[in-house]
Design a protein around this ligand. Structure first.
Ligand SMILES: *[C@@H]1O[C@H](CO)[C@@H](O)[C@H](O)[C@H]1NC(C)=O
Ligand SMILES: *[C@@H]1O[C@H](CO)[C@@H](O)[C@H](O)[C@H]1NC(C)=O
Ligand SMILES: *[C@@H]1O[C@H](CO)[C@@H](O)[C@H](O)[C@H]1NC(C)=O
Ligand SMILES: *[C@@H]1O[C@H](CO)[C@@H](O)[C@H](O)[C@H]1NC(C)=O
Ligand SMILES: *[C@@H]1O[C@H](CO)[C@@H](O)[C@H](O)[C@H]1NC(C)=O
Length: 393
């Protein structure tokens, strides 16, 4: 009897030890492939990508994104479109889909990640927006990598790279109207209009990191509208050492909260995040005075999703408000020599990791995410138990 009781006691301890061990070794690690980020930017997003100045190179980067999506195992599409008002050359968005088990059903809470790949005429567009595309590809690589390890997800993830962002965000506008809505109708039928997506994360100009005092400028009214972030930036002597997250306080709040929580789960505290919650919900109903005073917060593809009542958050280094981008934004020095520093690429790595973590959680993975686990086989556990039993009994 005594022996029996001891054995139960022993079993109990072992159970708790194993549980503790499995929690410890299965803590998920998101570790961006810094070499992949660096080589993607260097080889594919370091020359002009404008339809007049270098359409050949723009086409090559479009094909690169498509091929990467395919290589990762996404269902991949071109959304080809014309805009003769801009040019007679053809334009294209690139789309990659990672279907969840809720695909086609009303309870699919779709999550998007978008970044434009075109540039203005006289820039190489390393920060604007080679950096955003590289981070989007890195996130797709990490999440599809988890799926290859056996993770399945309830919710569908859409990756999209936009053309013609630099012309009043035409690429994302036609994407929503002529690709996304018809695609939803086709695949979700009557449920398409009742979907409640988590929303989309837009990356635009995300790599510049600057720890010099006063390297960060802020638009007028920032102290009044965003007192918490203003105070935090001021107490850091206006260093440009953070990712800016712009969103509508109401409808985009839960996406923003997920991103903030993922950011704080990542190490590397020198890279910060600051929130800019906007005090309105329906941007179609704003008068011109309000539109003008917030114009800097509308400057990317997220605006088209807001106009269509789709939740969206805009992540950016704030472009021409920060450090070298004050002079390099839309200019030739947005190039490798200025932008591809170790600090900048590591900052981009943290951004990729926080987004991968956030999208993974929002996708409701149905199996535990084992990408960061040390694999422990059953035979390892049995032999460990036998060794322990030998010493204790
Ligand atoms: C166009 O892009 C190619 C790389 O694909 C580059 O070698 C060339 O210098 C670029 N030309 C211009 C005018 O930007
Ligand atoms: C774009 O225009 C060209 C030339 O008129 C035409 O061949 C092509 O089918 C058009 N593409 C789309 C997507 O409408
Ligand atoms: C947003 O405002 C516009 C213009 O006032 C209005 O037509 C539209 O119905 C509003 N949308 C929502 C979802 O409230
Ligand atoms: C514009 O809207 C704001 C906020 O609703 C309001 O305070 C302001 O008086 C309006 N301005 C004009 C010129 O209508
Ligand atoms: C930081 O920003 C300042 C301008 O505020 C600029 O002169 C400097 O080159 C930047 N440093 C880095 C490392 O980007």
């Amino acid at each position: 009897m005594v022996y029996h009781r001891e054995f139960i006691y022993f079993e109990h301890i072992m159970m708790w030890c194993l549980l503790g061990l499995s929690l410890l070794i299965c803590h998920v690690v998101y570790a961006a492939d810094i070499d992949y980020l660096r080589s993607t930017i260097t080889k594919h997003f370091s020359e002009n990508r404008h339809h007049v100045n270098n359409n050949t190179n723009k086409m090559a980067s479009k094909e690169f994104i498509y091929n990467e999506f395919k290589r990762f195992g996404l269902q991949t599409f071109y959304h080809n479109f014309n805009n003769t008002g801009i040019s007679t050359v053809p334009f294209a968005n690139v789309v990659g889909i990672l279907k969840g088990t809720n695909f086609g059903k009303v309870n699919d809470k779709i999550i998007g990640l978008g970044a434009h790949y075109n540039t203005v005429q006289h820039t190489k567009g390393v920060d604007d927006n080679g950096a955003g595309v590289a981070a989007m590809l890195e996130v797709a690589k990490q999440l599809t990598g988890q799926n290859k390890q056996g993770v399945t997800r309830k919710n569908t993830i859409i990756f999209v790279s936009f053309d013609l962002e630099e012309e009043r965000y035409i690429g994302s506008e036609v994407f929503i109207q002529n690709w996304l809505n018809p695609w939803l109708d086709k695949n979700y039928g009557n449920a398409a209009r009742s979907l409640q997506p988590h929303g989309i994360i837009i990356l635009d100009t995300v790599m510049e990191y600057n720890t010099s005092s006063n390297s960060q400028k802020l638009p007028n009214g920032a102290a009044y509208f965003f007192p918490k972030s203003y105070e935090s930036i001021e107490s850091d002597n206006f260093q440009g050492d953070f990712l800016a997250m712009i969103y509508r306080k109401t409808v985009d709040g839960s996406l923003a909260t997920s991103m903030t929580m993922s950011w704080s789960s990542e190490k590397r505290p020198q890279f910060e995040i600051e929130s800019f919650p906007l005090p309105f919900t329906n941007i179609s109903s704003l008068n011109q005075t309000v539109k003008d005073s917030f114009e800097n917060f509308f400057r990317s593809d997220h605006t088209n999703f807001w106009l269509d009542n789709i939740p969206a958050i805009f992540l950016t280094d704030s472009g021409n408000f920060r450090g070298d981008m004050v002079k390099c934004y839309h200019h030739p020095c947005d190039d490798l020599a200025t932008m591809l520093t170790d600090d900048n690429i590591n900052f981009l790595g943290k951004t990729s990791d926080a987004i991968a973590r956030s999208i993974n959680e929002l996708s409701e993975p149905t199996k535990p995410d084992t990408s960061g686990c040390i694999r422990v086989s059953v035979s390892h556990v049995i032999s460990a138990l036998m060794v322990l039993a030998f010493f204790i009994l």
